[in-house]
Design a protein around this ligand. Structure first.
Ligand code: SF4
Length: 445
């Protein structure tokens, strides 16, 4: 099967960084003359770009693969390809257990997707390209990319991570930190802006570590300055910061540029010092309080998102209470909560006193309900304020859907705009008329 005009259907699972890889893989294939179809039944080739950093992600990846594999009997599918973190984590083991899959590409082999589609897998029973994660070259700024959103785009500024959090699989799946060349990132942002993108979200495993592996002293603040200079009229945003590596210069740079969203995504994971120590996180709750106080005093309209994990091995009721009280005190704008996901590949697996899943679930529910009240209280502060909103879809029942600068794509709430005449993809000034736990409503002014 070497034709070059296959209909390709791709499903992208997992995080924004995976979505960038998916969009670039589709770009390579379209560049070779293949077409894209949104209908898996109609596809000659189906690609599943997977996630595997926690158990529920592994389950979702396997379920999606098995479901789409049915198209090999009921649809036109002649080749099923699995890429990303699932084959990277389980390697030949997953290949042996999934005979319905024709090709596996690890996280170091996205640039080989055309081979996987066009080349004959030959006699190899389990055709896998599983090179080391570090071997994946960064795509050039002008690489063809099939974007999944017309108005907003993620830009990957680095790959991998040098930190050793004991609960985290990512360094194994994505390798050590490799930062992209800053001029290449600036060139990509310029191209995206010229193509009509109004919001660019910078992503990496740890964006705040950008540049520490580069010979130059160019760090995230330097990159933000360069990007802000070429991004007039659009929004720049960052996700996936780290408390240890965010510094005053970065906060100052955000404060000094109106086109950089005053949005800080800084996962704390926990707030009890003994739990943080066992997680391999080198900060304390006092350090966190000083950090968030500094951000709020330097950037008055700062919006802060964080992530917390419950059920980490050895977490006692008292440790959880410390976390709950910290969340109540800090009153974050957005909070994501995960229950600990164990694996014998993790350092944390060897720790004692693993927490029962039902206890972790109960703690998850208590933290989410605590945050729901805080989020509602924070959202109510926006009533009667006029906010700049990026209109993304609609109208549906007389409402368009958009996001403010303090609402990140896919992870935060949205803003409903009561109107039947705003332009999608544009920025509109909206007077907020009502607030809910996660969403806002308003009218254009
Ligand atoms: S910093 Fe983030 S990506 Fe890196 S090891 Fe820790 S949790 Fe994982």
């Amino acid at each position: 099967m070497t034709e070059t005009d296959n209909k390709i259907h791709l499903v992208s699972l997992g995080c924004a960084r995976n979505l960038v890889d998916s969009e670039l893989m589709l770009g390579q294939l379209v560049g070779k003359g293949h077409d894209i179809t949104v209908d898996p039944v109609d596809a000659d080739v189906i690609i599943v770009n997977t996630c595997s950093f926690i158990d529920s992600a592994v389950d979702e990846s396997i379920d999606t693969i098995l479901e789409l594999a049915q198209n090999k009997t009921s649809g036109n599918c002649r080749r099923l390809i699995v890429t990303g973190c699932l084959p990277e984590r389980f390697r030949e083991k997953i290949a042996e257990s999934m005979p319905e899959v024709d090709f596996f590409l690890g996280t170091g082999a996205y640039h080989r997707i055309v081979d996987a589609v066009e080349k004959n897998p030959g006699e190899n029973r389990f055709p896998c390209i599983l090179t080391s994660p570090e071997s994946a070259p960064f795509q050039n700024s002008d690489a063809l990319r099939v974007r999944t959103s017309p108005y907003t785009a993620y830009v990957k500024i680095a790959e991998g991570c040098n930190k050793k959090c004991t609960f985290c699989m990512i360094p194994k799946l994505r390798g050590g930190l490799r930062s992209r060349n800053d001029s290449d990132i600036v060139a990509e942002v310029l191209l995206l802006k010229e193509s009509g993108i109004n919001e660019i979200t910078l992503v990496a495993q740890d964006t705040t570590c950008y540049g520490i592996d580069l010979v130059s002293t160019k760090r995230l603040d330097y990159l933000l300055e360069s990007l802000a200079a070429v991004s007039d009229g659009i929004w720049l945003r960052m996700l996936y910061g780290h408390p240890e590596s965010i510094n005053d210069r970065m906060v100052k740079t955000v404060a000094e540029h109106s086109n950089i969203c005053s949005y800080f995504d800084i996962p704390i994971q926990h707030a009890d010092n003994s739990v943080l120590k066992r997680m391999g996180r080198r900060y304390t709750s006092d350090y966190l309080k000083r950090l968030f106080d500094k951000i709020r005093s330097s950037v008055p309209d700062a919006s802060i998102r964080t992530t917390a994990m419950v059920g980490f091995p050895g977490e006692t009721d008292k440790d959880f209470q410390t976390l709950l009280e910290f969340i109540e005190e800090m009153r974050f704008d957005h909070l994501g909560v995960f229950t600990y996901s164990d694996s014998d590949e993790l350092l944390s697996h060897r720790l004692s006193d693993h927490v029962d899943h039902s206890v972790a679930e109960e703690r998850y529910n208590r933290l989410m309900s605590c945050q729901a009240d805080i989020s509602l209280e924070n959202n109510r502060k926006h009533i009667d304020r006029v906010c700049k909103v990026l209109v993304e879809s609609g109208p549906v029942n007389g409402h368009y859907i958009g996001r403010t600068s303090f609402q990140a794509p896919e992870v935060d709430g949205i803003t409903f705009i009561r109107s039947d005449e705003v332009e999608k993809g544009s920025f509109v000034m909206v007077k907020i008329t009502d607030a809910f736990e996660y969403d806002l409503t308003g009218v254009p002014v």
